[in-house]
Design a protein around this ligand. Sequence first.
Ligand SMILES: Nc1ncnc2c1ncn2[C@@H]1O[C@H](COP(=O)(O)OP(=O)(O)OP(=O)(O)O)[C@@H](O)[C@H]1O
Ligand SMILES: [Mg+2]
Length: 269
Amino acid sequence: MDSIRQAVELARSGDSPAHQEFIGGSKPIATAHEAASTREVRLDVDHLEANRIVAFATGSESGRYYDMLRTQVLQEMDKKNWQFLAITSPTAGCGKTVTACNLAMSIARLPERSAVVVDLDLRKPMVANYLGLPASGGVLSVLDGQVPISSAVIKAVVGPNSLFLLPGSVPTSGSSEWMSSQTMTTLLQAIKREFRSHTVIFDLPPMLLGDDVISILPRMDAVLLVTGVGSSSVADVKECQKHLERVPVVRVVVNKVSEDVDTYYGSYY
Ligand SMILES: Nc1ncnc2c1ncn2[C@@H]1O[C@H](COP(=O)(O)OP(=O)(O)OP(=O)(O)O)[C@@H](O)[C@H]1O
Ligand SMILES: [Mg+2]
């Protein structure tokens, strides 16, 4: 654990949030994404649990960790009125997608908050799969100009709460070209406009797998770095740190901590 701790300290150096006034979010009265064309799907709780998505209701032991993470992340983001949170990791399989889904659900349970998940892992989009939602259309069909955002977004309902998902899809040509394209900038601007008072969580690919993440990072407000015990080395985290100098890291999650350390679902620094 010491090496992981040392690594996350390194990753977080440079994170010096200034004190600013709290700016709380509030639900919009009416926005285009709530138009008739937005599909609404009720999520299957058994499917969620089978995929480690647990933060849809209060009271679960494991969901408690995501609620703590939510509160810490929102406190940091509110200070700066930030809206876009990128979730990435050094290497594959650290738990980014599980973290993104749980964090969004935990935010969606707060009375005056709403969350959108945008699956920008164009190499391996899995958010729709984990939530049990259809992945057809999605972000590429919006980038291609085939459909407006309102048609590609899905309203995912679980219990009395809901969140929005823009599913991912795999492009036929290079994903990093899409990430750095002007069309992507236009899409992000549209998301900012349409989901003005939502926290938007972007599930990204691993940082060290290509240049997808470094292409999109300058357009993000903040980053949450998920490291996996047994998956992320100190060298990997140091390598990520080089690319994270200009984007504030709001939290580093050490995921997949074994049961003998008393947190199963992760630790936050
Ligand atoms: N805290 C955890 N404890 C145990 N297993 C976990 C934990 N979080 C995620 N996993 C499992 O690890 C695997 C990878 O999780 P996930 O898909 O979220 O990772 P990822 O970082 O998004 O992967 P990729 O880089 O392939 O996109 C999944 O099988 C998931 O159920
Ligand atoms: Mg993933």
